[in-house]
Design a protein around this ligand. Structure first.
Ligand code: DLL
Length: 433
């Protein structure tokens, strides 16, 4: 077993909780004194740092929401002076005003060490060549992974996104062993590679993918692993937490949330009550050491649950399950709750279906209609109308059974749906356009 920082990664849980309490207490004292935002929020709830006497008192503290960051655009919520900042990242703002994240040197250090632990836990290190195909720039994926990969002594190939043919040539020529990108970009890369006559499985040294920044499912993981002959690891984070932060270990069984860096809660999104391990709810994270943009009980909107068991890898930090969707990406179709992840999970278990699909929701009259456009695999795409009808009926039947609502399916030619270099957009909800 390889650890990056065994002092923390193997620390007994009881000691980890003591470390967390100390960090929380000093964070709360600092913010109560120096952050007008947190001071006012705590006053509103009548909480004083003296009321935080043990770790579980965290539930007395106020929540923080994405809108709080937008409302204080660009930097009114920061608790570091401008001359202490060494970096900005800015979120894309596709769902509203962008949010700006500032970093002190210590913030970058903690972010980097979180990724160094994760990459080591995956099994990467010196001698590996890691191609970073997340976007470099305002998005956190590229630079975040870059620093983490350098820290473990791997060689970084900073390709960023785009120019896919060249990326594939370099992957072959430089013996790339791991790639970091969105799962949808890796799928796109696999297809372009095949068009170039390159089979990633047998013509490259690739053995691992560090895939995240967008939702994907266990059945997509199985497809990627079989097709490309690699191990596909999930990586999670958001720009407000710093960027990509938490990865799975070699067990591929949930994200390790390093206890000295973050405190994780899963709450009921309606009541705000903490849920028990195993119960699904809204992920809420407190960053215990962040300086420039502190985060106490930040409600991310992603749905997950805390794993109940200790990881067989021996790391003692809590783990959370793969992200199951977002509190706000649930589609309500004729009164039935539908998550895009359920659609992907079902489709990927049907062998005739390719890797790409698109969900289109429309209102016809008073009713909602959901159409799923599904690419077939090259092998199953045939001109025989009867075959296609049979496949379509099967896909509709499987979706209806899984989702409890009738869904129209349109089968489309392989390669005909849009491909994405960064985050993919799988749902078009015309009701809200
Ligand atoms: O996507 C940071 C990141 C970069 C994570 C590279 C992983 C790898 P944002 O652009 O702020 O930051 O988007 C954060 O993306 O709240 C989730 O909804 C979604 N997301 C990120 N990783 C995953 C994942 C980066 N592994 C938002 N599974 C989050 C599902 C994910 N959703």
């Amino acid at each position: 077993m390889q650890y990056w920082d065994p002092r923390i990664e193997e620390m007994p849980e009881e000691d980890l909780r003591k470390v967390q309490y100390k960090l929380l207490k000093s964070l709360v004292c600092r913010l109560y004194s120096f952050s007008p935002f947190y001071h006012d929020r705590m006053k509103e709830l009548n909480v004083h740092p003296d009321n935080i006497r043990e770790l579980s008192d965290i539930k007395k503290l106020p929540f923080m929401f994405k809108r709080d960051l937008r409302d204080s655009y660009p930097n009114r919520i920061f608790t570091a002076a401008q001359d202490e900042l060494v970096r900005y990242h800015v979120s894309s703002g596709t769902t509203g005003k962008p949010t700006v994240v500032g970093y002190t040197q210590k913030d970058l250090e903690i972010w980097t060490s979180s990724l160094a632990r994760g990459l080591t836990a995956i099994g990467l290190g010196r001698g590996d060549v890691i191609q970073v195909s997340y976007g470099y720039g305002l998005f956190t994926g590229g630079l975040g992974m870059h620093y983490g990969a350098e820290r473990i002594g791997a060689t970084v190939l900073p390709t960023s996104v785009g120019n896919t043919e060249r990326q594939i040539e370099l992957m072959q020529d430089l013996g790339v062993t791991a790639i970091a990108c969105t799962p949808s970009y890796l799928l796109h890369m696999g297809e372009i590679a095949e068009k170039m006559g390159v089979h990633i499985k047998k013509d490259t040294c690739l053995k691992a993918g560090i895939l995240g920044a967008e939702p994907w499912t266990e059945s997509m993981r199985a497809r990627i692993e079989n097709w490309l002959g690699i191990k596909a690891f999930d990586i999670y984070g958001t720009s407000e937490l710093s960027g990509p932060m938490f990865t799975e270990c070699a067990e591929q069984n949930g994200f390790h949330i390093w206890s000295d860096i973050a405190y994780v809660e899963v709450i009921d999104p309606k009541t705000g009550e903490q849920l028990e391990p195993g119960e699904k709810g809204e992920l809420t994270i407190t960053m215990l050491q962040k300086e420039a943009l502190p985060m106490i009980r930040y409600r991310i909107g992603d749905i997950s649950s805390v794993e109940e068991d200790i990881c067989p890898c021996g790391r003692t930090s809590p783990r959370i399950k793969r992200i199951q969707g977002r509190v706000d990406d649930m589609l309500i179709i004729r009164g039935i709750n539908v998550f895009p992840s359920q659609v992907e999970y079902t489709l990927m278990s049907i062998p005739e279906v390719g890797q790409h699909f698109q969900i289109i929701v429309e209102r016809s009259g008073a009713l909602d209609d959901m159409l799923v456009r599904v690419e077939l695999t090259k092998e199953s795409f045939s001109d025989k109308i009867t075959d296609l009808m049979h496949i379509r009926q099967n896909v509709e039947h499987r979706l209806r059974n899984a989702l409890n609502v009738a869904i129209n399916v349109e089968l489309v030619e392989p390669g005909s749906l849009p491909r994405f270099e960064g985050k993919s957009k799988k749902v078009i909800d015309k009701r809200v356009l």
